[in-house]
Design a protein around this ligand. Structure first.
Ligand code: B12
Ligand code: SF4
Length: 469
């Protein structure tokens, strides 16, 4: 039996010690990959997952793990922000085990396939996109001494029902949030200008309601019915959502869930039904309070500010918490347009706010704009990876800010909005109430709240204003 070892790297290692964002969401992509191998090739392979940041493994610990496990193949997953960690990990493995076979996969390589050419000594192979089928096919070929290409584009799984349910025994489940991460669909057909995600997969596919319900039942004991749907746009196919909600209600499956979607992809009837089926929170990507910016720059649907208020009213009516993502500093955005975003955030009944500044990731249209505006150089990724910009990601990797409003202005606005938002009595009372029902959160919530009020930034996102290099 050949072992396959998957690693989720931290953001970076500092003197061999992993440094991660304070996150508590399991690596779902790796869970899918490992479960697929263990299901379809259980006689030939045994796949395991090591979440380095979560388990706090140093580079030294990793050498011991590899010595013990003697994997046939190693798979490293990486988003762009994790690249320093991924590269240091691969370097360390190659130094101690020069004959090891390392694959790179995940969001970064999918958006920037040329990366593998520039780092071919560290990574033997790379696969872009959703890789369950292509990765298994590749390790089977390698185990038969057949050749495979250095970089391959995945054959994406078209029938999601054929993917086994992610096996939670592959991770230390208790280390993560209680709410279970789940997917009803995969693929994103949209073109939001700041996003590189469609390079993983564009074709939209849903699994059957019965297949999803099987996973909900399997996970129920460890998540207590709390589910976070990680789909990019959960209500893209309203009929599928209606079918799911009706089944949950009919079968009396009491779950408490949240999902991501867009303002123009919900209506009153749907929200009412979703809430009856246990939906407690919707995360809306709004990104700007100004209609010109949304229409001309962001390309995230053609909803108006009136549509936004209408949807907020329905959410309040059906007691669904409103979480919103906004960004400030879009290309061509003026100070007046930033003010529109500020007004929308502070005057709307938003319960949870995610406010950030656009980050030019390779594979996104913003990356090309940022190159043209000389905010990023052609070799930004390699400089970032080799820590030439500094160690870590927040405050190190460049953010985009438009000519009209400089970086200091955008950050000062961001801090002011965060402070005003988190000092709203409604928000403070809700936090206190939530902490009473879940006391283990008190320490981190208060640390975060203080940080938001005094620094204007979450303690989880330690942005520093730094000169662009
Ligand atoms: C859940 C989630 C998170 C979770 C953590 C996820 C985790 N532990 O893995 C949290 C909330 C912590 C998070 C944080 C962030 N996230 Co996030 N996140 C997601 C989200 C919504 C779902 C991920 C998921 O489960 N996908 C489903 C699985 C099936 O897909 P997958 O992970 O891509 O895996 C498949 C393939 O990529 C491939 N694959 C993956 N790994 C490997 C490894 C090998 C060896 C191979 C061969 C293949 C392979 O096969 C997998 C199975 O099909 C995605 C959006 C999305 N739809 O993917 C964004 C996404 C991954 N996040 C993104 C970003 C930007 C962030 C943040 C930087 C945001 C921020 N500004 O702070 C932070 C950074 C966190 C960090 N550690 O550095 C971007 C990444 C863009 C990029 N270029 O890297 C995405 C794509 C969102 C977007 N719309 O752009 N995120
Ligand atoms: S931000 Fe836009 S393009 Fe990116 S995943 Fe979400 S909907 Fe798709």
């Amino acid at each position: 039996m050949k072992k396959i070892l998957f690693f989720n790297p931290p953001l970076y290692f500092h003197q061999g010690i992993p440094k991660s964002l304070d996150v508590s969401v399991p690596p779902l992509g790796l869970l899918y990959l490992a479960s697929y191998i263990n299901h379809y090739a259980k006689k030939e392979f045994n796949a395991k997952i090591i979440d380095i940041g979560k388990e706090n493994f140093s580079l030294k610990d990793i050498v011991s793990i590899i010595k013990k496990e003697t994997p046939f193949v190693i798979g490293i997953s990486s988003m762009t922000p994790q690249l320093q960690g991924a590269v240091e990990l691969a370097k360390n493995i190659k130094k101690h085990f020069p004959k090891s076979i390392i694959f790179l996969g995940g969001p970064h390589i999918s958006a920037d396939p040329d990366f593998i050419k520039r780092h071919s000594k560290l990574f033997d192979y790379a696969i872009t996109g959703e890789s369950e089928i292509t990765f298994l096919d590749s390790i089977i070929k390698l185990s038969k001494n057949q050749k495979i290409q250095k970089i391959q584009a995945s054959q994406i799984p078209l029938d999601l029902n054929k993917l086994p349910i992610p096996d939670k025994k592959l991770i230390k489940r208790h280390l993560y949030n209680q709410a279970e991460s789940m997917l009803f669909s995969r693929g994103c057909p949209f073109n939001c200008y700041y996003c590189s995600r469609p390079s993983i997969s564009r074709t939209i596919r849903y699994r059957s309601t019965a297949n999803l319900i099987k996973e909900i039942k399997y996970c129920y004991p460890f998540c207590n019915g709390k589910i976070n749907f990680q789909d990019d746009t959960f209500t893209l196919n309203k009929d599928k959502v209606v079918e799911l909600c009706k089944t949950l209600i009919k079968e009396k499956i009491k779950i408490f869930w949240e999902c991501n979607t867009r303002i123009d992809l919900v209506d009153e009837k749907l929200l009412k039904l979703m809430n009856r089926a246990g939906c407690q929170q919707i995360n809306f990507g709004i990104e700007s309070g100004n209609e010109r910016v949304r229409k001309e720059i962001i390309h995230k649907g053609l909803f108006t500010n009136k549509d936004i208020s209408k949807v907020f009213n329905w959410c309040q009516k059906y007691k669904i918490k409103i979480a919103c993502y906004f960004m400030m500093g879009h290309p061509t955005e003026t100070k007046k347009e930033i003010q529109d975003t500020k007004d929308m955030i502070l005057k709307s009944p938003i319960d949870i706010l995610g406010l950030s500044i656009p980050i030019p990731f390779p594979g996104s249209p913003l990356y090309d704009i940022a190159k043209k505006d000389r905010i990023v150089s052609k070799d930004i990724i390699d400089k970032f990876v080799l820590k030439k910009l500094g160690e870590g990601y927040s405050g190190i990797y460049p953010v985009y800010t438009p000519k009209d409003s400089n970086k200091e202005f955008v950050y000062s606005q961001l801090k002011e909005i965060n402070r005003k938002f988190y000092l709203k009595p409604k928000i403070v009372f809700r936090k206190i109430k939530e902490d009473f029902t879940s006391p283990q959160r008190i320490k981190s919530d208060f640390k975060d709240l203080f940080s938001l009020i005094f620094r204007g930034m979450s303690s989880r996102k330690p942005y520093i204003i730094q000169k662009q290099k």
